[in-house]
Design a protein around this ligand. Structure first.
Ligand code: EPS
Length: 342
């Protein structure tokens, strides 16, 4: 089983991740990891923090001569803005953020103690882990990518840019929809035998856990609700080929060999420069919500994070199906499997 744990606060010393279960014998190119971290920092509508940070990973364990040993990989990304001890208290919870629920749950008297860990800065860890998984998947010619489909309902490149520009001027924030696509995925990952083994269930869980993600659909998704069975399902032709992919590459919780396609919706960032009504947690009097440095639109960065979440799930299921100790053995099993189903 592939598993990971992350640690780190937004303005703490570093973001840390430990990945356990990666097989021995995989060459890790750190430049590829750093490339993914850089992609996460980009996109029109990013805030000032991204001009401060230059996210770069160090791998502290699990490698010898850049080859995995099968032991846990520990990844560290240092924060340049390490100001957690100096930052002032936050007293007015931002609607939509973890602020109020987190404060009440843990019994804090300063919202900063919630937001430091709830921050989407933690997605650095997801992307670091995802980058390692993408390197593994690359050995099997599996590729995971993403693209922004719309921002506030605008689906042209010009329209998306224009709406973000407007929102920057009006000091608001905006969300949108992105798509993740995985190509080269073999038939047979995941299973219908238990709910927690279903590929669609695993992907949905991994993606909706990304901060700000409010909906996930696979393939035709919500479109199934307005379609007839005769037009919605992907007919099977000679050589088990398909002319359509409404299923988004998954049938019965198992990859069917077509591209895996899913879409997710990200809500607008909830730190507003023109804040909503809130209540001061000390005085209990009405007040405007806290204003913190933040972003305007991060849909494209969320797409990069979702690629990583998807890469992790696919890697775990590849290891589940083809073995988990040595890359050489896994490749041999993979080749034999492809021969059997061809
Ligand atoms: C982020 C870092 C954060 C925010 C953003 C994502 O930096 P800071 O809070 O110092 O400006 O830019 O976090 C949020 C949107 C959030 O809600 O917490 C990052 O590295 O992605």
């Amino acid at each position: 089983m592939l598993r990971y744990l992350t640690a780190g606060e937004s303005h703490g010393k570093a973001i840390i991740a430990i990945l356990e279960g990666m097989p021995a014998g995989l060459r890790i190119d750190l430049a590829k990891v750093n490339h993914e971290l850089k992609r996460r920092q980009q996109g029109f509508g990013r805030g000032k923090r991204m001009q401060i940070e230059k996210d770069r990973a160090e791998i502290l364990s699990g490698l010898k001569n850049n080859i995995t040993l099968g032991s846990p990989l520990a990844l560290l990304v240092k924060n340049k803005d390490f100001s957690i001890e100096k930052l002032q208290k936050v007293l007015c919870p931002r609607p939509g953020h973890a602020d109020l629920a987190g404060l009440l749950k843990y019994g804090f008297t300063d919202i900063r103690e919630v937001l430091e860990r709830a921050s989407a800065r933690g997605t650095v860890a997801t992307v670091g882990i995802g980058a390692l998984c993408k390197i593994f998947l690359g050995e099997f010619k599996i590729n995971v990518s993403s693209r922004v489909l719309s921002i506030a309902g605008n689906d042209s490149a010009l329209g998306m840019k224009a709406v973000i520009s407007e929102v920057i001027k009006s000091k608001d924030t905006v969300g949108g929809i992105f798509e993740v696509k995985a190509t080269g995925v073999p038939v047979g990952l995941g299973s219908y035998v238990q709910p927690d083994k279903r590929l669609d269930g695993r992907l949905a869980q991994a993606i909706i856990s990304i901060p700000g993600i409010k909906a996930v659909e696979i393939g035709l998704g919500l479109g199934y609700s307005v379609s007839f069975g005769s037009e919605a399902h992907d007919a099977i032709y000679r050589g088990y080929s398909r002319k359509t992919n409404n299923a988004g590459g998954i049938e019965g919780g198992i990859s069917n060999g077509e591209d895996i396609i899913l879409r997710a919706c990200m809500k607008p960032i909830c730190t507003l420069m023109k804040p909503l009504d809130s209540v001061n947690i000390k005085t209990k009097k009405p007040s405007k919500a806290a204003v913190e440095r933040s972003d305007i639109c991060v849909v494209s960065a969320a797409g990069v994070v979702a690629e990583s979440a998807c890469a992790f799930v696919l890697t775990d299921l590849m290891l589940d199906k083809f073995g988990s100790d040595s890359l050489r053995d896994i490749k041999e099993n993979y080749r034999n499997y492809l021969k059997r189903i061809s």
